[in-house]
Design a protein around this ligand. Structure first.
Ligand SMILES: [Fe+2]
Length: 206
């Protein structure tokens, strides 16, 4: 059975950047629904439960189109939100140190260029979707965006997301209305770079 991560902070802990009602609705309704629907789909289809990254990296092996679609949407929603909620913190913001910090500078020139690149991709994603920072086993970093609940794992190129910005309207509309760019700016104030660096280390070490 796939389980939502336990939120490591209270719903109102990310105020004023992310408001409490958005957090509560996002986690207890949207994320909960993706998780339930994923578990239902896997169980109903009799698919052997495997690690979520393996499941999402091998969607092509699911023959039934409806089941494949249900797992793509809900498995993506389950995984993406576990990543999202676990990389925010009331003590977040700033810049990463150590290996990840150096690699970001090497790849993008500077932290601000990285931030601008990811922000532009997230802001420019048409409709619902995500902006991503991903890494591969060699430690390489790339930015991308995706529609709906798709994520870089589904592209099968060895890149694993280590940070995702949810740009579905449910992530920001209650507070920011149509101002997605303002939400993206606020998201950077709550990024838990320690958690992202741990994700990076896991990809390299795995
Ligand atoms: Fe979301």
């Amino acid at each position: 059975m796939y389980n939502q991560i336990k939120l490591p902070y209270a719903y109102d802990a990310l105020e004023p950047h992310i408001d409490a009602l958005t957090m509560e609705t996002h986690y207890s309704k949207h994320h909960a629904a993706y998780t339930k629907n994923l578990n239902d789909a896997v169980q109903k289809a009799g698919i052997e439960e495997k690690e979520i990254t393996s499941l999402l990296s091998s969607l092509d092996s699911i023959a039934d189109e409806a089941v494949r679609k249900a797992i793509r949407n809900n498995g993506g929603g389950f995984y993406n939100h576990n990543l999202y909620f676990s990389t925010m913190s009331p003590d977040g913001g700033g810049q990463p140190q150590g290996t990840l910090g150096r690699e970001l500078e090497k790849t993008f020139g500077s932290f601000s260029e990285f931030q601008a690149g990811l922000s532009n991709l997230a802001a420019g994603q048409f409709g619902s979707g995500w902006g991503w920072l991903s890494a591969n086993r060699d430690g390489k970093l790339i930015l991308s965006s995706s529609a709906n609940q798709d994520n870089p794992l589904m592209e099968g190129n060895g890149f694993v997301p280590i940070l995702g910005i949810d740009v579905w309207e449910h992530a920001y509309y209650l507070k920011y209305k149509n101002l997605r760019a303002d939400y993206i700016k606020a998201f950077f104030d709550v990024i838990d770079w320690k958690a992202v660096a741990e994700n990076y280390d896991k990809v390299i070490g795995g």
